[in-house]
Design a protein around this ligand. Structure first.
Ligand SMILES: [Ca+2]
Ligand SMILES: [Ca+2]
Ligand SMILES: [Ca+2]
Length: 487
């Protein structure tokens, strides 16, 4: 009997480990984990305190980029299309889409170096690998057909990877040269940046090892003491800031949080050319996925709310999730949100008595939107888009728990960089939004990013450099776990 119990506990631990094996969406599905250049890892959408009247989106691609990963570092793929999409009608289908198309060239194909000392600007001739992009704004009509395509940036420079101080003595100065103004207003940048996501992965991978000496209760009690396993890694951040009128349903600015045009749903996708998709079945997936409006392009990755494709969608459906549209989420995946597996797993592990079925509270918070705050229109689709009410002013004192703490300017009303979405979603799954609420202080013990975010565009923390990479030298924030003596 004891053996059986141990076996069951081990099974449950494995189950929760795989269910919670996130990044927010880093390497989350079988197919996309083999294609990191197309893998979108996180999306944030918020009203920046220094840019009222604008939508600000941060969308990251390329997970766990080691700053020292030369000589080629982490270029984006000229054979992929990178999108930020916006639904302003509530059907889960894009009305506006921003598309980055990249070009790559080498200034000196005879050198192995990514760049020669010294690079002092984003257009410096000492850069060997040079990437540029065109940014397009697409609009769609009510029949979901492409209505217009406008090029709003041309040959804009991608900020180079942060090789080290000998090659790039002043990375911030080089990065600043990558800020590109857009036709129609607003600006964008594509830059390496510290990964803004923060999470204790090691504990979760180790079968939710929350009772380690020196690390008590980090799983259920959120007493701090977690270690940020994404710390030290970079990613590619696409930051976009556009006037509200560019994305609202009526093409006007938002007068207030109750205005009919106030809420937009945001997500990111990657498309690859039909036939170039990794995994031979990928092209066939297309037939039950969203049919690309651009002949020959297939969606291979998508991301709206954090952790949906990690903890809500089961492994057998993750590739399908990446290939389909938010408009079809209710039909394809609704039951997984209504009866979330993490609730069952947390109950099995900790006996928390969490409600396991008919979780309309989760569907509302993340998919249909909170009425009066993040619901789009009267009868919205249950769609995994990150819904932001542009009429809510930025909080004077932001709380990392966002709406759960009464700070309605934070997740799940959009998502700010500092919002602790791991803790928030664990607590929502536990029942924080049920009535009456079930408040269990779940958390991973990591409360903030390892590097400071910036108050101005592009907001994300500056990229780590390869020479000073801290990945192998991070001081643990907790006492080391004693190892059993080797016999
Ligand atoms: Ca729409
Ligand atoms: Ca970080
Ligand atoms: Ca946390």
């Amino acid at each position: 009997m004891r053996k059986l119990l141990i076996a069951l506990a081990a099974l449950a631990a494995v189950a929760v480990a795989s269910a919670l094996s996130f990044g927010s969406s880093h390497r989350e599905a079988p197919r996309i984990l083999k294609d990191p250049t197309a893998d979108n890892t996180d999306v944030w959408a918020f009203t920046a305190p220094d840019a009222p009247g604008s939508l600000t989106v941060v969308a990251n691609w390329i997970p766990l980029a080691d700053p020292a990963g030369g000589p080629n570092f982490f270029p984006l793929d000229e054979n992929a299309r990178y999108y930020v999409k916006i639904d302003n009608t509530g059907d889960g289908y894009e009305d506006v889409a921003y598309r980055w198309d990249f070009k790559t060239r080498y200034n000196n194909p005879n050198s192995f170096l990514y760049a020669a000392p010294q690079v002092t600007s984003v257009n410096d001739k000492d850069l060997n690998l040079v990437q540029t992009y065109d940014l397009y704004k697409e609009t769609y009509n009510k029949h979901r057909r492409l209505a217009s395509v406008k090029r709003i940036a041309h040959n804009a420079p991608v900020v180079p990877d942060n090789v080290g101080p000998k090659t790039i003595p002043n990375f911030a100065q080089v990065e600043a040269g990558g800020v590109t103004q857009l036709k129609g207003g607003g600006k964008t940048i594509v830059t390496p940046a510290d990964d803004a996501f923060f999470v204790d992965l090691g504990t979760i991978f180790d079968g939710i090892n929350i009772d380690k000496p020196g690390r008590p209760n980090i799983g259920t009690g959120n007493q701090g003491g977690g270690k940020d396993d994404v710390a030290g890694y970079n990613t590619k951040s696409f930051v976009l800031q556009v006037p509200e009128r560019e994305v609202t349903r009526d093409g006007k600015s938002v007068a207030g949080m109750d205005a009919k045009n106030s809420v937009v749903g945001v997500w990111s996708t990657t498309e690859r050319k039909h036939g170039s998709v990794l995994g031979s079945r990928a092209s066939r997936k297309h037939k039950h996925g969203k049919r690309s409006k651009h002949h020959g392009w297939v969606q291979v990755s998508r991301l709206g709310n954090p952790l949906i494709n990690e903890v809500i969608i089961p492994i057998g459906k993750k590739d399908k999730f990446n290939a389909t549209s938010p408009a079809d989420d209710a039909k394809n995946f609704g039951k997984f949100a209504l009866n979330p597996e993490p609730a069952r797993i947390l109950n099995a592990l900790f006996g928390l008595g969490i409600k396991e079925t008919n979780r309309t509270d989760i569907v509302q918070a993340l998919l249909t939107g909170v009425p009066g705050l993040t619901q789009i229109g009267k009868n919205p689709a249950a769609a995994d888009t990150l819904k932001l009410n542009l009429g809510v002013p930025p909080a004077a004192n932001p709380n990392r728990f966002g709406v759960l703490a009464g700070d309605v300017a934070g997740f799940p009303n959009g998502r700010r960089l500092a919002d602790d979405v791991v803790d928030i979603e664990l607590r929502v799954i536990a029942g924080a939004l049920l009535s009456p609420p079930k408040n269990i202080p779940l958390g991973d013990g990591v409360d903030q990013d390892d590097r400071p975010f910036r108050a101005q565009f592009p907001y994300v923390a500056l990229a780590e450099d390869g020479f000073n990479s801290t990945i192998k030298r991070i001081e643990p924030q907790h006492a080391p776990v004693p190892q059993p003596p080797t016999p």
